[in-house]
Design a protein around this ligand. Sequence first.
Ligand SMILES: Nc1ncnc2c1ncn2[C@@H]1O[C@H](COP(=O)(O)OP(=O)(O)O)[C@@H](O)[C@H]1O
Ligand SMILES: O=P(O)(O)OC[C@H]1O[C@](O)(COP(=O)(O)O)[C@@H](O)[C@@H]1O
Ligand SMILES: [Mg+2]
Length: 488
Amino acid sequence: MANLSQPEATNNTAGSATQNPPPPQQQLNDHSDDHHAFSFSPITLQKLPHLKEYLQDLQYACPNPLDRNPFFHPSDGFYITSSDIVLRHIVSCLSPSGTLHSPHHLAYIRAGPRKNIFFDPTTTKAAIVTCGGLCPGMNTVLRELVVGLWDLYGVRQIYGIKAGYRGFYSSLPVELSPKMVHNWHRKGGTVLGTSRGGFDLTKIVDAIQNHGFDQVYIIGGDGTMRGAVKIFEEIRRRNLRVGVTGIPKTVDNDVGIIDRSFGFQTAVEMAQQAIHAAHVEAESAVNGIGLVKLMGRSTGHITLHATLSSRDVDCCLIPETGFYLEGKGGLFEFLEQRLKDRGHAVVVVAEGAGQDLIPRTKAQEEERDESGNRDFLDVGAWLKSELKKWWDRDHPHELFTVKYIDPTYMIRAVPANATDNLYCTLVAHSAIHGVMAGYTGFVTGPINGNHAYIPLIDVAQAKNEVNIKDHKWEWVRSVTNQPDFLKS
Ligand SMILES: Nc1ncnc2c1ncn2[C@@H]1O[C@H](COP(=O)(O)OP(=O)(O)O)[C@@H](O)[C@H]1O
Ligand SMILES: O=P(O)(O)OC[C@H]1O[C@](O)(COP(=O)(O)O)[C@@H](O)[C@@H]1O
Ligand SMILES: [Mg+2]
């Protein structure tokens, strides 16, 4: 349990040393309930929405059923209280006098079971939906939500919404039980189905109301989280007794605040196979280049992590840094030297990198997927063709080979590895505990290794890009010795 200093009568609204929006200012004086946000100097606890905020007569439904669960023996400290927090940043800086440079710290409410719950499990009706692209572990989260609701809390009405947000209003919910989901964690993809687009707020909330759902679990990426905020706000506007929670899923790892999303590590692991094959092909050719394109719509996390863990990569290209082909400090000059020194080279490029270099028509510029995400041109195919043109122009009589590998969906259409599966279980159970405790409009995810509850709106607004100023990007540069592509 966190050891905090005395609570102050008024909220400490000091900002944190983060890139995220400052926490909402608030005047709070009731610290008795778990759902109230308050701040302790020098820590500001991030406020979390709670059903009690707009349903004033809402009372605790009952003590947590885990009290009576034969497999749990709740002891002191088992239940999470309002004093349990997770600090946003654990790396700080001491001044010469030994005090912290940044006097204010942002904290989030720690995830986990609460002593009292606001839902009666015998009448609770939960809905679960998966949206956006696939990610390893989606089925594990589905399974653990069903099993957790059923076994931990005794909920018997659990429904799956088919094929993403549109499924709320375009098809009938599917009844789920532990028996039905028992082996789902072994399957890639999502048994419920998923889709992009189809977000119709009124129809979705009408469906939630008409079906009588009072808990909604939304699994998806950054787009899904933005939709979930709107659903939560509309539910609050209609004064519905419905808890809404988001569970971030993204192989791109582009969802902010949390350490990482489930499935990311599995995707990085799968990417190794493509890099390894590219390396073998390149090494076996004369002047061979192995080129691998990896997913990452607008962030290069998969490419960066796959590069760092592979060590066979000569050049890593991500959307967060520009690159250029010709001239001093360019890609061609670098590869020419590598081929001279080693006879082969491996280039790994994120799908969102170099998009501004690829010529495109006006129509191509406008192309969007059903969710409104920009459609990318194939940077790998373009790079392969540019490399060939360059070599034919500058070395017309020398052998040269580019072997282009695009594993695309292979890195995400697989079951989660052990680490991601563990994550999926924790995140699903934490989400259930939070909703049962009356929290709503929140996301569960690990912050510095500990699961916390974070306001949905903060997560929907925060983007997790590769910070090219931090050490991780420097490691890439030192592993590959690639140019910085900063034109002098
Ligand atoms: N700004 C938004 N407001 C409401 N719904 C959105 C928004 N952005 C995306 N969505 C919806 O969220 C779902 C998934 O979004 P998408 O961007 O395809 O995937 P992901 O959630 O994995 O990023 C889609 O049904 C899409 O219509
Ligand atoms: O072809 P699809 O299904 O639209 O998916 C492609 C996109 O999905 C991703 O894997 C993940 O995207 P989301 O997290 O937005 O679903 C991206 O890397 C990629 O651009
Ligand atoms: Mg997305």
